[in-house]
Design a protein around this ligand. Structure first.
Ligand SMILES: [Zn+2]
Length: 417
């Protein structure tokens, strides 16, 4: 079976220009003793908005790894696919994030639900999960409710999995199941029975992406209580351990954190907990590479600065339209978005600092950052000019991309000094 390394990182590169800079961060982490398997991911939504094909991500991943002489494994992730969107990803991907969010809450057949509940009889009562202080109070009613909410999604996950397996062949790809893009988080006890369902469906899931408590807004820090998150995260890890032993799931099943990027407040907790338990992790860092491109262009000044300022002006006019597809994962305070007349006077440094995620910097403005984060479509409309600027200012741009992934993400997560 194709296996993901113990620590892996999902890297987004919307415009396909930053693979080398991203890979350099991975290689440098390896030099510090942190082996990370790179996974290039791009969702259907991003492909649609930009007008790229899944095969483009494969080409980029193959190209940059060959160029760097990178001999370790790497993957191309069909991110957040479902039954309707998986087809065009099958050939070029070897990692599939099966997104069951849209099936959650739809009810499976009564017989299927009853059978599932019957099969969990041995877990009812006070269920002690090693590593979790308080036992779960499992009742028939609770399991029935969980089955009513999630069993249909598990069955759909199997259908999607089989569709991929039929074409790619057994063991030739990594399977992730994601349910993070939903309004409510899954509790550890829900996760336990969801994993039971996936075990019964015989899905060799290697990574599972639940929705955690707190807000995981795109490109900005975690909103919530990090201590509470840590407790939930650790309980989920213990649940995964238990599920692997009990439900016949793959031994390397690990947690996937769809971070929306930049969850600096919880990185130290995640790093500490996985180290304490010797666990693996898949961390998706989403599309902040695009933001780093904008920062790199801003820092380059001249025409590059004019171009990104113009993107900001246009995004002010189209705020509603740009934010709509991301409504659940951004929180922009429109009153804190400076008007065009003000930004027009900004220096290169001031514009870059407003966007760069350095919370202590007085110019950092998470509202501008989130708006630009979802404004990549505007660059896609002027792709030739954008690519020309990226290429002309490659050094500054790739330095920004590298610094972000290596210093702000990897070093924080793995406590590299
Ligand atoms: Zn996700």
């Amino acid at each position: 079976m194709k296996q993901l390394g113990k620590i892996s990182m999902g890297l987004g590169d919307r415009f396909g220009h930053q693979g080398s800079a991203q890979l350099k961060a991975i290689i440098d982490a390896g030099k510090k003793g942190i082996e990370i398997t790179p996974v290039w991911n791009k969702s259907n939504r991003e492909h649609m908005i930009i007008g790229t094909q899944p095969g483009d991500v494969r080409k980029e991943a193959d190209h940059v790894t060959t160029k760097a002489g990178f001999k370790k494994s790497y993957f191309v992730d069909a991110d957040h696919i479902n039954l309707d969107t998986v087809d065009r990803f099958i050939e070029s991907s070897d990692f599939f994030t099966i997104d069951v969010a849209s099936y959650i809450g739809k009810k499976a057949g009564d017989q299927e639900i009853n059978e599932f509940v019957k099969g969990t009889a041995k877990y009812t009562g006070e269920l002690k999960i090693p590593g979790i202080r308080k036992p779960f109070k499992v009742t028939n009613k609770l399991v029935t409710e969980i089955a009513e909410k999630y069993l249909f999604a598990a069955i759909k996950a199997w259908e999607i999995f089989r569709k991929i397996e039929k074409e790619k062949g057994k063991g030739n790809f990594v399977t992730e199941v994601s349910m993070d893009e939903v309004p409510h988080p899954q509790t550890p006890v829900e996760l336990l029975f969801i994993l039971k369902m996936l075990g019964e469906e015989n899905i060799p899931v290697q990574t599972i992406a639940p929705k955690f408590s707190g807000r995981f807004n795109k490109g900005v820090d975690y909103v919530g209580d990090p201590e509470k998150f840590a407790e939930e995260f650790e309980a989920d890890l213990m649940v995964i351990d238990f599920a692997v032993r009990e439900f016949g799931l793959p031994h390397n099943l690990k947690m996937s954190v769809h971070s929306g990027s930049d969850k600096f407040a919880i990185y130290p907790y995640i790093g500490e907990i996985i180290t304490k338990h010797g666990k693996g992790l898949h961390l998706k860092t989403a599309g902040t590479t695009w933001l780093e491109e904008v920062i790199g262009l801003a820092a380059s000044g001249g025409k590059a600065l004019d171009f990104v300022k113009d993107i900001y002006y246009k995004s002010l006019e189209k705020t509603e339209e740009l934010c709509a597809p991301y409504a659940d994962v951004i929180d922009i305070n429109i009153s804190k978005l400076p008007p065009k007349s003000e930004v027009a006077k900004w220096s290169s440094r001031k514009f870059a600092d407003s966007l760069r995620h350095v919370p202590g910097n007085k110019d950092y403005n998470p509202n501008i950052r989130q708006l630009i984060h979802v404004a990549y479509k505007l660059a896609a409309l002027k792709m030739d000019e954008y690519f020309h600027l990226l290429e002309a200012n490659e050094k500054t741009v790739s330095a920004a991309v590298y610094e972000n992934i290596y210093n702000r993400h990897i070093c924080r997560l793995f406590d590299i000094k």
